[in-house]
Ligand binder design. Structure first.
Ligand code: SAM
Length: 250
């Protein structure tokens, strides 16, 4: 037994190193290249309901007097990936992106070229939970779509979103969440998340982001949100079908 111990320890150390290497080097690349096409299909299916959700951004007035004069808005998107949300932003938007996966940067700027009405301020490679490059109270609108499932801390990201929003600023979110109706789907979500899914895709299927936001521990003055299901028909997508969309106001 004691002679087995060193081999078990060395074996475990090798497994940990492989996982660490996969998570920091291979998974971000894999996600940007392989997972991206399925995001594109998802986006086509959800485009019209997303458009409705984001429609009211254009009526928001900037807290910055200079921007307000120009009819412009300062928008921060966390985890924009390849930039599928560009099309929902009003003319004169000034956009900052905070994205942890550097492999998305090129795809993001390619898409930006199709949306010249948006002025790109900055693309920051970093964590939504630690946006030290973005000053307090400086942003009119924050957007996240399908990001809270991947962040290391939902509470941490929400606190940062609240910090950077100007008073009266709005956080628009659209996230897949833990199944709210069918027990067996919830069970599979738990099993998959704790075995391989989070490890391979960097995404938790069973996050309760809706409850965390609603619990209002992160300080928003009002939160309006609805649970819903997307019209995405792929059978495998049943495990991502439960969603929440909402607007939290600082
Ligand atoms: C499922 S993709 C969604 C991409 C895009 N928002 C969309 O709806 O098409 C999740 C995105 O969140 C990014 N992400 C994950 N964790 C993050 C974090 N802690 N901070 C910022 N971005 C993060 C990923 O790199 C990825 O681009």
């Amino acid at each position: 037994m004691s002679s087995l111990l060193p081999s078990v320890m060395v074996g475990s150390a090798i497994v940990c190193l492989v996982i660490k290497y996969y998570n920091s080097h291979i998974q971000p690349w894999f996600f940007s290249k392989v997972y991206n096409p399925s995001l594109a299909v998802y986006h086509v299916h959800c485009r019209e309901i997303k458009r409705k959700h984001f429609e009211s951004i254009k009526d928001h007035k900037s807290a910055d007097p200079e921007l307000r004069k120009k009819g412009a808005l300062r928008i921060l998107e966390i985890g924009p990936g390849p930039g599928y949300n560009f099309e929902f932003y009003p003319p004169n938007s000034e956009l900052t992106a905070v994205e942890v996966n550097r492999f998305f940067e090129e795809q993001f700027f390619e898409k930006q070229a199709d949306h010249p009405h948006i002025k790109m301020e900055r693309f920051v490679v970093g964590f939504a939970e630690d946006m030290k490059d973005v000053p307090d109270n400086s942003v009119d609108i924050v957007v996240s779509t399908m990001v809270l499932c991947s962040v290391r801390s939902v509470e941490g990201a929400l606190k940062e979103v609240h910090r950077v929003l100007a008073p009266g600023g709005k956080y628009y979110y659209w996230e897949h969440i833990r199944e709210f109706k069918h027990f067996w789907i919830r069970l599979v979500q738990h099993l998959a998340t704790y075995t391989f899914y989070d490890l391979v895709f960097g995404c938790s299927l069973n996050r309760r982001s809706d409850e965390i936001i609603k619990a209002n521990k992160t300080g928003y003055s009002s939160v309006e949100q609805q649970r819903f299901r997307t019209p995405f028909s792929n059978k495998l997508f049943v495990f991502h079908s439960a969603h929440v969309k909402g607007i939290a106001t600082k």
